[in-house]
Design a protein around this ligand. Structure first.
Ligand code: PLP
Length: 437
């Protein structure tokens, strides 16, 4: 960066920004790169940094850019709304909030559904846990090992992935069940049917020992921060049959898996649907295409068990609901779920072929445009991220030890872009392999 006189503008340089960032933000704030990227704008599936470099975004922001960066329909809806009123709160009616709630209630698959808007996934899960504990008069929660549900005191307390759960002091008592991770642990060698039976036996065993009643099971259908891992299809449905016998609620955390991302289904829970829909569904991330929006859907009986007054001041604001409505309309009108299935299927085959020749890759998994690549060690993931960045590609990281790559581009990804990204990734994986050899 240079000033009008041609001398370097050190005060406003990227390096100066980085050191100011380090001085003022907390040390625990997760960033990916040795030299963080300063993003300035995006379009479609691409983003640009302050130095003018263009990147193909294989992480969709952080699964937040659901349709496309700077989608004109969303931008226009937000602009129009911003010219009218920025905020009115749930004390007043808003046409677009009601329209959006009706659409989400219908899409949720939950009968007699009520919708409550929040500003994030964490707040949505907090609300779901509040509803379940009030409805069941119990503060015992079942969660999956390796799970992630947010960063509030409550959601950190139930998060099973210890890398993201710095305290065990929780207002809730949490019991952890097997079921989210196939590649490691005592059940790793089992077939789908055996794995499901072992996890159900684990659940029965835990419930047999629980002192008092359990309020709910909360589960991500595919674990996000956990590295895009999941149990076999049908597992959560098999859990539900046991839960129903005890009157325990099923909360599906769809913060990463919702809106057709998994290709085969609109929600992740639908891969487990044989014993019926969940009682509570939470969503966030993609629905706002980057706007700060989350929410909870629950059967009216469960939603209305909260009898105290409650609002989320910015939840369901006119701006976020206008943008989310335009985003959801685009997603459905352009069948981006079908695109995720088709392009995601091709991308997965391509990644499997690349992985076959590289021992550093231990597994390729996932469905639709939610694909995980497990690596032999966490150091490999960092090497791949840096090499991919240098090649013009952004990917995500996750897993129990930070040893998995997460691929979750905007759902409008084209076949040509999938091929371009796979080629950059292949090169980055080869570089990591040779550095580790
Ligand atoms: N639930 C899941 C499955 C998530 O992946 C996340 C965030 O990554 C959350 C909840 C928390 O959402 P937020 O960061 O919007 O609070």
């Amino acid at each position: 960066m240079a000033t009008a006189t041609g001398t370097p503008d050190l005060k406003n340089s990227h390096a100066a920004l980085h050191s100011r960032h380090l001085a003022v933000l907390p040390d625990w704030l997760a960033t990916y790169y040795q030299e963080p990227i300063e993003l300035t704008h995006g379009e479609g599936r691409h983003v640009w940094d302050a130095e003018g470099n263009r990147y193909l975004d294989f992480f969709g922001g952080i699964l937040t850019t659901m349709t496309a960066h700077a989608l004109p329909e969303v931008t226009a809806a937000v602009r129009e709304q911003a010219g009218k009123i920025l905020h009115s709160s749930t004390l007043y009616l808003s046409r677009q909030a009601v329209d959006l709630a009706e659409r989400i209630a219908r899409l949720s698959g939950i009968p007699d559904a009520r919708v409550f808007f929040t500003t994030s996934g964490t707040e949505a899960n907090d609300t779901a846990l509040l509803l379940a504990t009030i409805y069941r008069r119990s503060n015992q929660i079942l969660a999956l090992r390796n799970s992630y549900h947010g960063r509030s005191f409550t959601s950190i307390g139930i998060t099973g992935n210890t890398a993201w759960s710095p305290t065990s002091l929780s207002p809730l008592q949490t019991l952890y069940v097997h079921g989210g991770v196939r590649s490691r642990g005592p059940y790793a060698h089992l077939s789908d049917a055996e794995f499901t039976a072992a996890c159900v036996a684990d659940l029965e065993d835990i419930l047999g020992q629980a002192n008092g009643q359990v309020a709910a099971l909360i589960a991500e259908p595919i674990q996000g921060v956990g590295g895009f891992t999941s149990g076999p299809d049908g597992l959560l449905g098999a859990f539900k049959r046991v839960l129903d016998r005890h009157g325990i609620l099923w909360i599906t955390d769809e913060v990463q898996t919702g809106w057709g991302r998994t290709g085969d289904h609109f929600w992740g829970w639908q891969a487990h649907a044989e014993s019926g829909p969940p009682d509570i569904l939470t969503f966030a991330k993609g629905i706002g295409n980057g706007l700060s929006m989350g929410g909870v859907v629950a059967r009216a009986e469960v939603m209305n068990s909260l009898t105290a007054n409650s609002i989320s001041t910015f939840g369901g604001s006119p701006i976020t609901t206008a943008g989310a409505l335009a985003n959801l309309t685009y997603l459905i009108d352009h069948d981006l779920q079908g695109n995720a299935r088709r392009v995601g299927g091709l991308l997965r085959s391509r990644l499997e072929a690349i992985a076959a020749a590289l021992p550093v890759v231990t597994e390729v998994r996932g469905r639709g445009l939610m694909l995980g690549i497990e690596l032999a060690e966490p150091a490999a993931a960092n090497l791949v991220l840096e090499a991919a960045r240098a090649g013009g590609l952004l990917v995500g990281k996750g897993g129990r030890a930070g040893d998995a790559l997460r691929i979750a581009p905007p759902l409008s990804l084209t076949i040509a872009e999938a091929e371009e990204g796979a080629a950059i990734l292949e090169d980055a994986l080869k570089q990591a392999q040779s550095q580790l050899d």
